[in-house]
Design a protein around this ligand. Structure first.
Ligand SMILES: Cc1cc2nc3c(=O)[nH]c(=O)nc-3n(C[C@H](O)[C@H](O)[C@H](O)COP(=O)(O)OP(=O)(O)OC[C@H]3O[C@@H](n4cnc5c(N)ncnc54)[C@H](O)[C@@H]3O)c2cc1C
Length: 385
């Protein structure tokens, strides 16, 4: 039995690659996710942030055949966005639904959260609320991890939210003043959504907002940069390459252009500041930025990202004593097949970055990791490109 933890796009990619390698394995797969459906978190994020199209190109998706999305989109080419055929959100969702349907994957999900993993014989015992299951191998794709909550921010409430908790569709009624903290694409999307609803927005970033098309330059998808990455045997330097390639959060030129008229009209103001404290005064939030500068707002949204901390994560915390992994600035050194050394446990997402490179969190990296994992499980190479 192969247990998949998480039914997001990354595990959909591994499963699609696995069934391409050996369709008979379908009967030996179980997928755990409390949502009980595929891509629940992904679809929710896209809808609640009103994201029009993906940031990645049309050849990067969960199906092993890179061109299948373009074929699926026959007659719908208006739903690809320049400059690299970025698929529209609705098109991408329908494509993934079709992939789930074609491979009969809906019934494989069990609506449980995995609470513990435990070495057991040659496999792992997978514990969930109300039961457990013996697995020969486990593939975990848990997404971005915990919300990063700045130390100066009080507890969340209706008017103070992390970006993951924001749903633009619920921003109704009389517009007010909104403070957004963060300079990544999520901050840009949420600012745009609020501005369109006539809110006044202060966007606060620690350094000037950067603009780029992809999380990591396209050279990180192919041999241009990845050859040097794989030749680098010093893990510390590989870690630095990843940090440099991804940089901090950045917006796209398209979002910049969407925000420009609001900046010109004064409805949007950008601030390069650090917040020292945030408190509520007479129904308004007041952010103290030091040097006498304060910002007031009816609502505050923290677009401060997420972080997956393998060391403190409850699923993995029991492994460190007997199965330690070398760590470089939060990233583990996995085996080349993205496996936790000594365990039949495979990790997707940022945890695989020291193996598959700076795009590990995105679809190009997911395809690389899926190809490696599936080859390890079946002996069959399903190429990522
Ligand atoms: C707004 C946004 C837009 C993005 N756009 C792009 C893009 O255009 N192109 C691109 O390449 N990348 C993009 N990314 C990056 C990345 O592709 C996505 O974050 C993607 O959703 C990651 O897939 P995932 O399957 O790892 O995680 P998720 O989609 O987060 O799914 C993880 C799943 O794991 C489940 N889970 C967690 N813990 C447990 C547990 N203990 N037991 C059972 N289930 C559990 C969760 O319920 C969840 O359903 C985007 C990211 C964000 C946030």
């Amino acid at each position: 039995m192969i247990a998949f933890i998480g039914s997001g796009p990354h595990n959909l990619t591994v499963l699609a690659f696995l069934l391409k390698a050996d369709p008979t394995l379908r009967s030996q797969v179980v997928v755990f996710d409390p949502s009980g459906v595929w891509l629940d978190r992904w679809n929710h994020q896209m809808e609640s942030q009103e994201i029009v199209h993906l940031r990645s190109s049309s050849v990067h998706h969960p199906d092993p055949d890179p061109l299948s999305l373009r074929r699926f989109a026959k007659g719908r080419f208006a739903e690809f966005y320049p400059p690299y055929y970025l698929p529209g959100t609705a098109l991408f969702r329908q494509f993934c639904e079709d992939l789930v349907h074609r491979n009969e994957l809906a019934s494989l999900i069990r609506p449980h959260r995995i609470t513990r993993l435990e070495p057991s014989g040659a496999g792992l015992r997978v514990h969930f609320d109300g039961g457990s299951l013996q697995a020969d191998a486990v593939v975990a794709a848990l997404g971005g991890g915990d919300r990063v909550w700045p130390e100066w921010a009080p507890e969340a409430n209706e008017t103070l939210l992390h970006s993951e908790q924001v749903d633009l569709r619920e921003l109704q009624g009389e517009p007010g003043r909104l403070l957004i903290v963060g300079g990544g694409l999520t901050a840009g999307h949420l600012a745009w959504g609020a501005l369109k609803r006539r809110w006044s927005v202060d966007l606060l970033t620690r350094s000037p907002v950067k603009y780029k098309l992809f999380d990591a330059a396209p050279g990180w998808i192919g041999p241009k940069f990845m050859t040097g990455f794989h030749q680098e045997t010093d893990w510390k330097r590989r870690r630095q390459m990843i940090a440099k390639a991804r940089g901090g959060g950045a917006m796209t030129q398209e979002i910049k252009e969407a925000l420009t008229p609001f900046r010109r009209s004064g409805q949007l103001t950008l601030h390069v500041q650090k917040i020292r404290s945030l408190s509520k005064k007479n129904l308004l939030w007041e952010a103290d930025c030091g040097w006498g500068k304060t910002l007031q707002a009816d609502r505050v949204w923290l677009c401060t990202g997420n972080r997956l901390d393998l060391r403190s994560h409850p699923l993995f915390s029991g492994f460190w004593a007997d199965y330690p992994l070398p760590m470089y600035d939060g990233l583990p050194v996995l085996e080349p097949e993205c496996r936790w050394s000594g365990l039949p446990l495979y990790l997707m997402g940022s945890s695989a970055a020291l193996r598959v490179g700076p795009t590990a969190r995105n679809f190009p990296g997911a395809r690389q990791a899926a190809s490696r994992i599936v080859q390890a499980l079946t002996g069959v190479l399903v190429p990522p490109n």
